[in-house]
Design a binder for this molecule. Structure first.
Ligand SMILES: *Cc1c(COP(=O)(O)O)cnc(C)c1O
Length: 229
């Protein structure tokens, strides 16, 4: 079932990429495994997925520690959920990319804990593009200022921007938020990566320039948008 869903997901990603002439190989598919068992995660890994996304540090640690060393070493671990300051110490130990940096205070703590283990932590700045749909993130107006403040942290490397737009049934409803994130990226740093798009709206996100999509339900439950973006 999971293998079939992943196959179907890859086909839909390829189809939308063909339409807009993007290379599907350049789109990172993060498999969001919150609430899923290790057995389910391992099935996704057997189907070729190498990027694992988690919402909670505690849950991520359990899976990380239960996995055979050889398996977890071939994976990239992504923190996609809101990160609390008291979890940062554990988070910097396991995550390759933290998508959800949403305050300067949090950045400061990540910098401090990363320094302790001699790591430069890759992060994305989370942007609240749709105030009614998400609690966390920098408002678009302050991202530029936040980015300037990031330069003081030598154990942090900002790689791009992340947003959550999903409104449920209609993928087109997400489009303005994705377009806004892309515009912001183009203004701030064209080299930056864009993490946007979930099970409900990944095709629209790819059309609007997503480099990383974060998918849970489509993989584990076969929940796909009825019509492609
Ligand atoms: C749960 C979650 C996802 C995946 O959402 P699905 O709708 O299950 O694809 C992506 N990003 C974040 C931040 C999430 O919390």
């Amino acid at each position: 079932m999971i293998a079939e869903n992943i196959q179907r997901l890859r086909e839909r990603i390829s189809a939308v990429c063909a339409e807009i002439k993007r290379d599907p190989g350049k789109i990172t598919l993060v498999c969001v495994t919150k609430g899923r068992s290790l057995v389910e995660v391992e099935e996704a890994v057997r189907s070729g997925l190498r990027d694992i996304g988690e919402n909670r540090v505690q849950e991520a640690l359990l899976k990380y520690n239960d996995m055979p060393q050889a398996e977890r070493a071939m994976l990239k671990w992504h923190m996609v959920g809101h990160l609390q300051s008291n979890k940062v110490k554990d988070a910097v130990k396991i995550f390759d990319l933290i998508h959800s940096v949403d305050s300067i205070d949090l950045t400061q703590e990540i910098n401090k804990q990363a320094a302790k283990i001699n790591k430069v932590q890759d992060v994305l700045l989370e942007v609240k593009t749709s105030p009614e749909n998400t609690k966390f993130g920098f408002s678009p107006e302050v991202v530029s200022n936040a980015r300037r403040q990031m330069f003081q942290f030598s154990n942090i490397k900002v790689r791009g921007l992340m947003t959550i737009a999903s409104l449920g049934d209609n993928p087109q409803a997400s489009r303005p938020y994705f377009a806004q994130l892309r515009k912001l990226r183009d203004e701030l740093n064209p080299e930056w990566t864009l993490s946007m798009g979930m099970s409900d709206d990944f095709e629209v996100a790819i059309e609007e320039g997503a480099d990383i999509i974060r998918i849970g339900r489509a993989i584990f439950m076969g929940t796909f948008p009825k019509v492609p973006g």
